[in-house]
Design a protein around this ligand. Structure first.
Ligand code: HEC
Length: 130
């Protein structure tokens, strides 16, 4: 009987620790976590959020005319929220071009991600040209 009670305690503690350590589900992720999970940083830096390009994944542009993915520190200044959502779904062109990569995942996650991107309003974080 004593052992049984001890077992209950152990299970309770293990369960509690597991709950605390459980990784956030997609529903609980914030925009920055989604950005990283969707590997956006394989192309984009976000200087204001201290996200740098993932060196292991970064690909060399294929040709000279290949577009360099911009730093997204000012993304919120360049788009309306709904336009950005469609842009990332490749339903909206900008300067006649579609985005390189279509967002794959739940619409709710895309909205969380875009809401976070809309807070990126730091025009001077990285000069676009000189
Ligand atoms: C394969 C490389 C690649 C990946 C992966 C990628 N992008 Fe891009 N992205 C680009 C390129 C290239 C442009 C520039 C497109 C243009 O100007 O037409 C761009 C442009 C953008 C812009 C417009 C920036 C601005 O202010 O002008 C946003 C916002 C953006 N991407 C968000 C994202 C998000 C969010 C993800 C992850 C879900 C992502 N991108 C993944 C290559 C990529």
């Amino acid at each position: 009987m004593k052992n049984y009670r001890a077992l209950i305690w152990v299970l309770a503690i293990v369960g509690w620790v597991a709950l605390l350590a459980a990784p956030a589900t997609a529903d609980e992720m914030d925009g920055k976590q989604l950005f990283l999970k969707k590997r956006c940083q394989s192309c984009h830096t976000v200087a204001v959020a201290e996200i740098s390009v993932d060196e292991e994944e970064a690909k060399e542009p294929e040709g000279d005319d290949e577009l360099q993915p911009p730093d997204l520190s000012a993304a919120g200044l360049h788009f309306e929220r709904d336009v950005l959502i469609r842009f990332l779904q490749k339903k909206e062109r900008r300067d006649g071009r579609l985005h390189k990569k279509r967002f794959v995942g739940k619409k709710a996650d895309l909205e969380v991600l875009v809401d976070w991107l809309m807070t990126m309003q730091e025009e001077t974080a990285e000069p676009q040209s000189d």
